[in-house]
Write a protein that binds this ligand. Structure first.
Ligand code: MRU
Length: 349
């Protein structure tokens, strides 16, 4: 299921409205880069690789709607749009990576006297197509680690919805299932936005993978009782030393896995590995509205007294010491990550 698609007849970007799932599968058509910025902010589209690809297409929308009469004029509009797109969410490095990649490609084309408008779309399509191929390679690399009959704990949503197709950690799960490994998944519901219960469960149901949703705070107990043999998560940014930013709750899951000697793997494309960020301390953590925490109702009643305030960090940092390995499209990085990640990135150039 390709979750982002360019409609060439109308020059629009088609995407799933992830806020409507699992109740309804709603496809939206976006026609301006401002609409893409809003969609990233309000999590119509979410997941690190998906927001990167959506932002790249956002630049293609900017080019398609532009009235600029020169390449330099269009380049200036694209640079302005790029600023807004990159600022939409701060933690996932794929967003800035994809936007910078399109801008670099169009600058090169402009320098060679080519069409900036065409170059923008070509690079956006390339990013989206590569994402699908990279994810399938990562899925194969990761599935080789999965043993028959395992129960795997998974956090947040890292599937096709979080990418252009296949996904990262969920791609590994889907591949291992297709290989007939007879696996089962414990799906962390992932408070506060419930990406696990709403999105991962929806995808697993679609793929026919057996699963149970668990509340986030049950994961430690399943690990302690020997009811899960592996943990797979995605990443929004991996620092040069392997410290990993991912959905809030990942750190607690990694601690529980370590205490119970259960392998804990991060599955992430090389575009999520940011060698310019030396450690997790320098990764910006997005703090979202308290309404996401307090807005939940149980039996149509509020979950906290009126006037209650809440804190809502969207991501946390898992120290590299808790991570068994980092699965990428170019191979599996083992500790020490400051060497292995650099090696993988350099080999891919
Ligand atoms: O806030 P979200 O839903 O965008 O967070 C998503 C995650 O944390 C994912 O685990 C991460 O982006 C990797 S998904 C391929």
């Amino acid at each position: 299921m390709r979750t982002l698609e360019w409609l060439s007849e109308t020059s629009e970007l088609k995407m799933i409205d992830q806020r409507a799932l699992p109740g309804e599968l709603v496809w939206l058509r976006l026609s301006t880069h401002d609409e893409v910025i809003s969609a990233i902010k309000d999590m119509t589209v979410r997941g690190a690789p998906a927001i990167g690809a959506a932002a790249a297409y956002g630049l293609a929308l900017c080019a398609a709607r532009s009235h600029a009469i020169s390449s330099e004029g269009l380049l200036e509009e694209l640079r302005e749009a790029a600023k807004g797109l990159k600022a939409a969410r701060p933690t996932a490095v794929n967003l800035a990576w994809a936007v910078d990649r399109v801008i670099a490609a169009v600058k090169k084309t402009a320098g060679e006297g080519g069409s900036v408008n065409e170059a923008t779309l070509i690079e956006a399509e390339r990013i989206a197509d590569e994402d699908v191929a990279i994810n399938e390679r990562m899925a194969e690399n990761g599935a080789a680690l999965v043993q028959p009959g395992e129960t795997i704990i998974h956090h947040c949503n890292t599937g096709a919805l979080a990418t252009v197709d296949w996904g990262t950690a969920l791609g590994v799960i889907r591949k291992a299932h297709e290989q007939g490994k007879g696996i089962r998944v414990l799906v962390d519901e992932t408070r506060p936005r419930l990406q696990g219960a709403r999105l991962t469960a929806w995808e697993l149901k679609h793929y026919g993978v057996p699963f149970d949703v668990i509340s986030d705070n049950a994961a430690g107990s399943f690990l302690q009782r020997g009811e899960a043999q592996r943990v797979l998560v995605g990443a929004d940014r991996v620092a040069a030393n392997g410290d990993t930013a991912n959905k809030i709750g990942t750190y607690m899951l990694a601690l529980a896995a370590k205490d119970n000697d259960v392998p804990f793997h991060v599955v992430a494309p090389l575009s999520t590995i940011d060698l310019n960020t030396l450690t997790g301390d320098s990764i910006p953590i997005e703090e979202r509205s308290q309404d996401e925490v307090l807005g939940l109702q149980v039996e149509s009643k509020p979950i906290a007294p009126e006037g209650t305030t809440a804190r809502n960090p969207a991501f946390d940092i898992t120290p590299h010491s808790l991570i068994t390995s980092i699965i990428t499209e170019k191979g599996i990085a083992q500790p020490p990550y400051s060497q292995s990640l650099r090696g993988l990135k350099e080999n891919s150039r």
